[in-house]
Structures are given as structure tokens and as C-alpha cells.
Design a protein around this ligand. Structure first.
Ligand code: IFM
Length: 472
């Protein structure tokens, strides 16, 4: 595939190409240099919660292999790198005392990126709440939102001169509904009302954090949030009500307060049996509604639903449990339908058309708000061959399809400014441990040796050409 003559879609001139990771998934060094446990340390060390008993104690040892990983990014030629800051590394115990050694690590990361001409994109919260803040009530507790804003302000003071793109939260859907609803993520609580309180305090914390950041960062810096919006389709026209229910919980529960300044009325009504939403105080919705410069979109696959007849066994093809420990709080009459393959290693169906449709919807609903794909990628059971190569044509195909879908959305008018592959390297895939590999760079679990997969070579060519080759 010659980079000099690509004949696939060409991206806008200033399109930002990047890769993404998150602190607990790659850093390791869990008890090093003053870092204290987060809820994910606790979760991973609880027997039975993570496949194979894997933990993020060592992860990819990125903390100790920073220079090598920075060099990989430079060789890839990306213009940006999205990482997350571990709250408990920089403010141990979730307190107010800055841990200089933790700050030094992120300074080295930020400076090392900039020295290589790569823009740092910092996510403040990628699910690793300091354990002490969970012990004090966690996200269902209002104070956590205030503490998050304080932490954001501190990070703005320390890095605001050097980091010019900020993301407050990563996928608050997961933090709230998987952490406090279904309990498959930390802190493993299964309390439906608490999950909705967590939704609210994440929204509130986001808005407060945006303001705290703006007070300390470069005025030209961009502030964003990353949402894993669900592209929900109905199996038939008669399933419109099921689509509305899931869209409200998955998408508008966050888009509403963050971008419109109010919770959707239908969400409040749908969940009335679970909570009266009295945790939403006067002024909170306005506080959550802080002007953003960008919307971060994470996309992996669409969701297919239908109205449940209440009689036949209910299908839960989204992979989440039915009944009390479900992330779909208050939803009793919707089924998640199995979608046609192919599937990734996660069992997620591959359908890039949902990405184009999602971006066009967001463009329609929020015209004037630029977007960035802050995560997209696929896990496959890659093999390191005897000749030292990792041949991952399915990942190349996945990335090609989804980048084509992004290009189609741009053609349709969507203002998409960049794309970040999830993930730079194989890492700790939460409750699945290390068995699910999303990286474009393979990480040997014994030696930590990094090996470029063919997808990484392919991505390097795409980035250099700012265009896709015609064929996969
Ligand atoms: O690994 C995760 C990441 O932390 C958040 N978004 C989805 C990825 C794949 O599951």
C-alpha cells in the first residue's frame, strides 16, 4: 500500500491522528513513588472479579518504560497521544497534598511527548477513583464531584501550560452503570439508585471540573469529555419505545445535562420507581452544563434492541446480566438482540455504519460542537509468530472500515477533528484481564517486550498519508 498514492478517503489537513491508553491499564508501578490504591486495585485484588486473577500491579510497566513507549509513538508518527492521569498517583488518598514523584512521571510524559512533536491529550478520570473517596461514598456521594473539581484544578495548575487538550471523564456510563449498577467494574456495587446518583455526580463533577480547569489552563486550550455513546437501533419500527428508553439511559443521561443543561424528562419518568432524583439540587444542571470545545466519542459497535413481550426468555445479547444486577437501571421491557457477525474477541459485532450514523446524529443535535474519536479499535486473539511478526489482518480491516465510516461522516458535514486508536498497546482489559488484546503493539506478558503488529505498521502509513489506502 504505497503511502504516496493512497486512493481511499483523504482526511482534512489538520486532522489529528493518535493512539490512546489509560493509567491503570498500562502504567503498573501500583505501589511505587507514593501512589495509593484506587478502586481498581481493590477490585482486581478481590478474588474472582478479574479473569485469571490478573491485576494492574505491573500492567505494561509503562511507568518504567516511558522512553521506549514515547519512541514508539514518535515512530508511529502520530500527532497526539491520549493518556489518563492516575488521581491517586498525583494526590495520594484522594487528598489535597500533591505527590511530587507522581507529578514528575506525568511531567516526563508530557515533556517527552512535546519534545517529539506529539500533543498530549490528558484524561483526568479513566475509572480509577482513589479508594479513600469510594470509602467515603464514591460517585453516588455528592462530595466526590467537588473533590474531582479540586483535582482538576490542581492538574490544570501543574500541566496547564503544557497540555492543551483536556478530557474530564472517560465513559461515565461505565463508571456509573457498570461500577454501581451491574457491579462488573469497580467498585462492584449493585445498587440501582446509587448508580443514578453516580450518573448525576459524574455530570456535576464534569461541569465543575471544566470550570476549575479553565481557571488555570491556557485560554486557547480545548476542554472536552469522552462519552461512549450507544448507537441504538430498533429491530423493527415497533421498537421505537425500546430505542428511546435505552437512548435516554445510555446517551441523553449525559448529553442532556452536559450539553443542554437539563436531564431529559423521559429519563426521570422512566426511572421514577428507582429514585426521585432528589440528589439533583437547584443549580446542578446549570453547573454540569459547561461550554465545551470538543466532544470525545468512543465507538466500538452499535446496539440492537426490541420491545420484550414479557413472556419469552429475555435476550441479553449486550452481554450484561438481566434482573437486579443490570446496568440498564429501571428497564424491564427491553431485550438486547444478537447482531450478525463478524465479532471481535470481546464478542462485539463489527458494524462501522453505526459510527457514521452516530456522528451525523451528534452533528445534527449539537451543530457547532467539534468531535473527536477518542477511542476506536478491536480486540483479537493475536499470535506472535515464530518469525517475530504479529499478523492481525482483522484489526487492520476493522480500523479501515471505521476510518472509512469517519470519513463518510465528515463528508456528510460532521466536524470530526481527530481519531485515536484504542489502544497503543495490549493492556489490562478491566475485568477481562490481559486475555483481551486491543493493542496495535503487542506486549509480551513475561518480558514486557513491545512488538509492532501489522496494524501498527498499517496505521503508521495511514497517518503519514493522512489518507486511507483504497483496499484493506
Ligand atoms: O479498554 C477500554 C477502555 O478503557 C475504555 N473504553 C473501552 C475499551 C475497550 O473495552
Amino acid at each position: 500500500m504505497p503511502v504516496s498514492s493512497p486512493s481511499g478517503p483523504v482526511f482534512p489537513g489538520n486532522f489529528l491522528w493518535g493512539t490512546a491508553t489509560a493509567s491503570y491499564q498500562v502504567e503498573g508501578a501500583a505501589a511505587v513513588d507514593g501512589r495509593t490504591p484506587s478502586i481498581w486495585d481493590t477490585f482486581a485484588h478481590t478474588p474472582g472479579l478479574v479473569t485469571n486473577g490478573d491485576t494492574g500491579d505491573v500492567a505494561c510497566d509503562h511507568y518504567h518504560r516511558l522512553e521506549e513507549d514515547l519512541d514508539i509513538l514518535a515512530e508511529l508518527g502520530v500527532g497526539a497521544y491520549r493518556f489518563s492521569i492516575s488521581w491517586s498517583r498525583v494526590l495520594p488518598g484522594g487528598g489535597s497534598q500533591l505527590n511530587q514523584r507522581g507529578v514528575d512521571f506525568y511531567s516526563a510524559l508530557v515533556d517527552g511527548l512535546r519534545a517529539r512533536g506529539i500533543a498530549p491529550v490528558a484524561t483526568l478520570y479513566h475509572w480509577d477513583l482513589p479508594q479513600e473517596l469510594e470509602d467515603a461514598g464514591g460517585w453516588p456521594h455528592r462530595d466526590t464531584a467537588e473533590r474531582f473539581a479540586e483535582y482538576a484544578g490542581r492538574m490544570g495548575e501543574v500541566f496547564g501550560d503544557r497540555v492543551h487538550t483536556w478530557i474530564t471523564l472517560n465513559e461515565p456510563w461505565c463508571s456509573a452503570y457498570l461500577g454501581y449498577g451491574s457491579g462488573v467494574h469497580a467498585p462492584a456495587r449493585t445498587e440501582p439508585a446509587a448508580a443514578l446518583a453516580a450518573v448525576h455526580h459524574l455530570n456535576l463533577g464534569h461541569g465543575l471540573a471544566v470550570r476549575a480547569l479553565r481557571a488555570s489552563i491556557d485560554p486557547a486550550a480545548r476542554v472536552s469529555v469522552t462519552l461512549n455513546l450507544h448507537h441504538v437501533r430498533g429491530e423493527s419500527p415497533g421498537d421505537a419505545e425500546a430505542v428511546r428508553r435505552i437512548d435516554a439511559l445510555a446517551n441523553r443521561a449525559f448529553l442532556g445535562p452536559m450539553l443542554d443543561g437539563a436531564y431529559p424528562r423521559d429519563l426521570i419518568d422512566d426511572t421514577a420507581a428507582v429514585t426521585d432524583w432528589s440528589f439533583v439540587h437547584d443549580g446542578d444542571e446549570a453547573a454540569a452544563h459547561a461550554p465545551l470545545d470538543l466532544l470525545g466519542v468512543n465507538y466500538y459497535n452499535p446496539v440492537l434492541v426490541r420491545q420484550w413481550d414479557g413472556v419469552s426468555p429475555r435476550s441479553t445479547a449486550d452481554g450484561h446480566a438481566d434482573g437486579a444486577a443490570s446496568p440498564w437501571i429501571g428497564v424491564t421491557d427491553v431485550e438486547f438482540v444478537t447482531q450478525p457477525g463478524p465479532y471481535t474477541q470481546m464478542g462485539w459485532n463489527i458494524d462501522e455504519t453505526g459510527l457514521t450514523e452516530l456522528l451525523l446524529r451528534l452533528h445534527r443535535d449539537y451543530p457547532g460542537l467539534p468531535m473527536m474519536i477518542t477511542e476506536n479499535g478491536a480486540a483479537f486473539d493475536d499470535v506472535l509468530d515464530d518469525d517475530g511478526r504479529v499478523r492481525d489482518p482483522r484489526r487492520v480491516d476493522y480500523l479501515h472500515r471505521h476510518l472509512t465510516a469517519v470519513a463518510a461522516a465528515i463528508d456528510g458535514g460532521a466536524d470530526v477533528r481527530g481519531y485515536f486508536v484504542w489502544s497503543l498497546m495490549d493492556n489490562f482489559e478491566w475485568a477481562h484481564g490481559y486475555g483481551k488484546t486491543f493493542g496495535i503493539v503487542h506486549v509480551d506478558r513475561q518480558t514486557m517486550r513491545r512488538t509492532w503488529k501489522e496494524s501498527a505498521h498499517w496505521y503508521r502509513r495511514v497517518v503519514a498519508a493522512n489518507a486511507l489506502p483504497a483496499a484493506r
